[in-house]
Design a protein around this ligand. Sequence first.
Ligand SMILES: [Cu+2]
Length: 160
Amino acid sequence: MKKAPPVLVLVLAALALAACGSDNGTTTEAETEAPSGAAAGESEAGGEEAGGEAEEEGSEAGGASSSVAIEADPSGGLSFTKEEVTAKAGNLTIDFKNASPVGHDVKIESEGGEELGGTEIITESSATASVKGIKPGKYTFFCSVPGHREAGMEGTLVVE
Ligand SMILES: [Cu+2]
C-alpha cells in the first residue's frame, strides 16, 4: 500500500512535465509570433509615413475639392440608388438628382448629428450642395422630407 504514493508522485510528475511541455510550446509560439509582430509594427509605421505624405499633399492643394453623385430612386421609391458614396477631404460638392415626381433632398450629417449642408427639396430635376472643408470620416446623407429617412432614405458618406 505504500507503493501507491510514489506512483501518484510519478503520475503527478508526468503531468507536471506534460504541463511544462505545453508551456514550452506556448513559449515557442510566442517567440515565433514576436518577430512577425515586430514586422507588422514596421509595416504599420510605413503606412503612417505614407498617410503623412498623403495629408501633406492634401494641405498643399489647400482647396482640394471633390464631388459625389447621389440619386434618388427614379421610380419614386423612398430610397437612394446608392447606400454608400466616397469622397475626398476638402471642399465637397454633392450633385443630387431626383428624376421622380416625389420631392426629395439630400442633407449631410456628421457622426455627431450636426447638419453640414444640403440641397433644396426638388422634383424631376437636379440640385447641388457644397460642404466646405469636410474632414476624413464617416458621415450620413439622408432625405429630410418627413418620414423619408425613417423609410430608408439614408446612406453613408465616407470621406478619405
Ligand atoms: Cu425623400
